[in-house]
Every structure is written in C-alpha cells, then in structure tokens.
Design a binder for this molecule. Structure first.
Ligand code: SF4
Ligand code: SF4
Length: 177
C-alpha cells in the first residue's frame, strides 16, 4: 500500500480559559451559511458549547465523524470535581442526540477546519485564547483517505437511499463535462 503525506490540523482546547461566550459557534455557523455570512444559527455550527454555568462547566466540542448507530453504553467524566454530561466529549454525529446535524436536512455536520482559511475562524474569534491552532505533516496509508470518503458517502446513502445518490452523482458528472 502506498504512503502519502497528510497535513494534520489540530485545535488545542484550554478549558480553563473558555468562558462559554459562544463566539466560536457564531462565526462557524456564519462561515458555513449559504451564502457565506448570510446567517448565524449556532445549531448549524461545527463546534458546540456544553455550558453549565452553575457548575463552571464550559466545554467546546468539535463535530467529528458520522455514525449510523449509537453506542451500547455511555461514558461520564468527572474532572477536578466537575461532572460532565453523558457523551460530553464525544464528537460523533449520532442518532442519540441533535448535536452536529444540519437542522433542516438532518445531514451530519463535520468540522472541516474552515477549508481554505489559513487559521480556523473559531480560533481567530476566541479572544480568550481557549483555542490554539497547530499543524504538522504525517505519513499515512493511502487507504485512510479512501475510508474518509466512504464514511461520507455512507451517511448520504443512509439519509437519501442508494438510488437517489447514484442519480445525483450522474447528474453532477454531466454538469462537469
Ligand atoms: S470563543 Fe473561546 S471562550 Fe468563547 S465559547 Fe468559544 S472557546 Fe470558549
Ligand atoms: S475549525 Fe472552522 S469548521 Fe471547524 S469548528 Fe472551527 S470554525 Fe467551524
């Protein structure tokens, strides 16, 4: 199997510095609105705040992979005496909850690191420096990339059915010609 270089982008989260202002949610949803910056609905954000002010819990979580089935069990963390809600640290777009789903279509949302932006916008907008951006190069098996494409396609098949997906791809490929 051939190896390829992949850029690994990381956002480090410092929970001590986050005060739950939700600026990150606002800018993420505005950046991904159609057209760009036409609305700012946090339900469309790829970063979601878990906020429990009475417990001093402010936890930004990034949207990760889509999963068609929820876990059989649950996890719960207690850190420095603070209890986080079940699945709080999980990044999955999962049937057990509303997080990380496009509110109109129900399609899964996933953080794309703001595509072509040099620095992710949630990092830029966090004036409390709770989010820090880092990147590095790593050698990976080519198959890892194929797996990512397969996961995305599977979520569309689950949502719209195989036939509809094939028709849409055929239509798009005609347009490209
Ligand atoms: S912008 Fe920064 S401080 Fe505000 S909620 Fe997001 S991570 Fe926390
Ligand atoms: S990196 Fe970009 S896409 Fe990801 S959560 Fe931040 S603003 Fe949204």
């Amino acid at each position: 199997m051939s190896k390829v270089m992949k850029k690994v982008k990381t956002i480090k989260i410092d929970l001590e510095k986050c005060n739950g202002c939700r600026a990150c949610e606002l800018i993420c949803s505005a950046y991904h609105a159609e057209p760009k910056y036409s609305s700012n609905n946090p339900a469309r954000s790829r970063i979601r705040m878990i906020r429990e002010p009475l417990q001093d819990v402010y936890l930004p979580v990034y949207a990760g992979e889509y999963t068609p089935a929820e876990c059989m069990g649950r996890d719960k963390y207690v850190i420095d005496g603070k209890e986080y809600e079940e699945c709080a640290f999980c990044r999955a777009s999962c049937p057990s909850r509303d997080a990380f789903k496009e509110p109109d279509s129900g399609l899964p949302l996933k953080c794309d690191m703001c595509e072509d932006e040099e620095v992710p916008l949630c990092v830029k907008w966090c004036i409390h420096d709770a989010l820090t951006y880092e990147e590095r190069e790593e050698e990976v098996e080519e198959e890892v990339m194929v797996e990512e494409i397969e996961t995305g396609l599977k979520s569309l098949v689950d949502k719209y059915g195989f036939e509809n997906l094939v028709d849409t791809v055929a239509r798009l490929s005609q347009k490209e010609k």
